[in-house]
Design a binder for this molecule. Structure first.
Ligand code: HEC
Ligand code: HEC
Length: 454
């Protein structure tokens, strides 16, 4: 019965995903040294030398590195942080942080992009990585804007882990992947994992990357400025979906799940309760807690103890098959990534330490250099992404790392298909169907509850 929980269920799931990602073994192509990945910026070398020490205290006193002693220091820093976030272009292409992280939603939707295009075709949203990559060289052409207007995705240049090469382009050390803009609501103050693939360690590193890549800065960036931007993002009310969340960031009580008023909202809540499946009924109800298994904790962005996979509660990366489905829909947009030195290379019958993944976006695996978690059933690397926080979710569409779900209804339909696959019976038990089949009513209930999350 408890298919996810049985070894057979895990193997079944592993085999399905194996098939979806089409993995195979091959010889090791020659590895190359990392090449610079800031092709467009004249200041690249200067900026690349700027290192932010890990764990540097926010609001540290500029070049001296000491704490700000003057009582007005934090206020001045906050105001300067606001100016930098909203108005500073660093001598680049005209973009500021706010170009992509709007005040109200922390992101940009296709509707926003279309409205901005109607108002001003020269809006810096559309320059550089906001424009189409017509010739496939990995850079926007600066002239066509179809992708931004229809999907609101940005061309991200992602450095490859030293274990990873691209099959048809073995010299490549960077790949360009179109990704949606995750909201800056709640994340800066409350989410330790930064970027959809978790590749940045601190807000300061993140801001430096954005200024260099998205804004194409031509003047040096001071460490102090990065700290001021970080401080502003952690404190200003515009970066929180509710007062309760802002209080929580300052040490107040953790926000609870809304209770729901209508029957539909209350039924939707059942999917988000930290509970195991209900075995007191026949057949057991596996829908109870089905979303909470990954969307638990104050921000609904971590796994709980009921996720039927061998990952500890509180883990932050999983795949919900977004890249897998997208690869099936758009095979031409997928690339084959070759992962070398894989200790778990056991499923393809050729244990040469090489695993290939064909995917539109392998996510976290490009950063960890490990794709082999399908064998151990943890699903927290290959095609895995940061588990999205869900507070304020009704305002921040489109959804998923590629903006492929335009509405919460699309998200619910995505999860209907996801659960049909992951909760299906093992192959040796073909008479039994999947144990989590979301009905139209379930999908409505889930959407009704998601809209309550503040
Ligand atoms: C061209 C649009 C663009 C600009 C300009 C931009 N960002 Fe972003 N931002 C993105 C995208 C796209 C991502 C996610 C990329 C990824 O995960 O690969 C992101 C991610 C982030 C994240 C992490 C969010 C999360 O959920 O992990 C933060 C914080 C952030 N940006 C802050 C900033 C700051 C501060 C600036 C200005 C210094 C800035 N951004 C400028 C598009 C932009
Ligand atoms: C196995 C873990 C897991 C389960 C179970 C799960 N999610 Fe997710 N959820 C994720 C991950 C990981 C992402 C990010 C996926 C991506 O972008 O590729 C995500 C993304 C989302 C998003 C989009 C957020 C955004 O800002 O783009 C919504 C909404 C969501 N989940 C709702 C749900 C609902 C509703 C359920 C139950 C029906 C559910 N999730 C079950 C892991 C999970």
């Amino acid at each position: 019965m408890r298919r996810w929980l049985t070894p057979g269920g895990l193997v079944c799931l592993a085999v399905v995903l194996w098939g979806l990602t089409s993995v195979s073994a091959h010889n090791v192509p020659q590895m190359r040294q990392v090449e610079g990945w800031y092709r467009n910026g004249p200041t690249a070398t200067a900026l690349a030398t700027l290192q932010i020490p890990r764990g540097a205290p926010a609001l540290a006193g500029g070049t001296t590195g000491g704490p700000v002693s003057n009582g007005l220091g934090p206020i001045r820093d906050f105001l300067e942080g606001r100016r930098l976030f909203e108005r500073e272009t660093f001598g680049g292409n005209g973009r500021t942080c706010e170009t992509c992280h709007s005040e109200t939603t922390g992101t940009v939707s296709p509707e926003d992009a279309q409205a901005r295009f109607r108002k001003n075709r020269r809006d810096p949203l559309f320059v550089h990585d906001g424009s189409d990559d017509d010739d496939g060289d990995g850079f926007g052409d600066g002239r066509h804007f179809t992708r931004m207007k229809s999907e609101a995705t940005v061309l991200m240049r992602i450095p490859l882990h030293s274990n990873v090469t691209v099959k048809n382009d073995p010299a490549a050390r960077v790949v360009t992947i179109a990704r949606g803009i995750p909201t800056t609501l709640n994340t800066p103050a409350l989410d330790k994992v930064l970027m959809l693939d978790g590749r940045q360690e601190t807000l300061e590193d993140q801001a430096l990357g954005a200024i260099t890549d998205h804004a194409q800065a031509t003047r040096p960036v001071q460490r102090r400025e990065l700290e001021q931007i970080a401080a502003f993002q952690k404190l200003a009310p515009r970066f929180f979906t509710s007062f309760a969340l802002e209080l929580f960031s300052l040490g107040g009580p953790a926000p609870r799940l809304p209770l729901g008023r209508t029957d539909s909202e209350k039924r939707g809540r059942r999917f988000f309760e930290d509970l195991p499946p209900d075995f007191s009924v026949t057949p057991p109800n596996f829908k109870v807690g089905a979303c909470a298994a990954c969307h638990s904790g104050p921000l609904l962005n971590q796994t709980n103890q009921f996720l039927p996979l061998p990952v500890p509660p509180g883990s932050r990366f999983q795949t919900v098959l977004v890249s897998e489905f997208s690869t099936l829909r758009n095979p031409a947009k997928a690339r084959t990534f070759v992962f070398h030195n894989q200790v778990n290379d056991v499923l393809d019958g050729n244990q040469d330490g090489i695993i290939e993944i064909t995917s539109t976006d392998p996510g976290h695996a490009l950063i960890t250099g490990e794709a082999d978690d399908i064998a151990n059933g943890t699903f927290n690397q290959g095609n895995a992404f940061k588990i999205s926080p869900l507070r304020g979710i009704r305002k921040t569409g489109p959804y998923f790392h590629d903006n492929s779900a335009k509405t919460l209804e699309d998200v619910a339909e995505h999860y209907r298909q996801f659960f049909l696959i992951v909760s299906d019976a093992p192959d040796d038990d073909p008479d039994q169907g999947p144990v989590i089949v979301l009905t139209d009513q379930d999908k409505k209930d889930i959407v009704a509850f998601l809209k309550l999350l503040e």
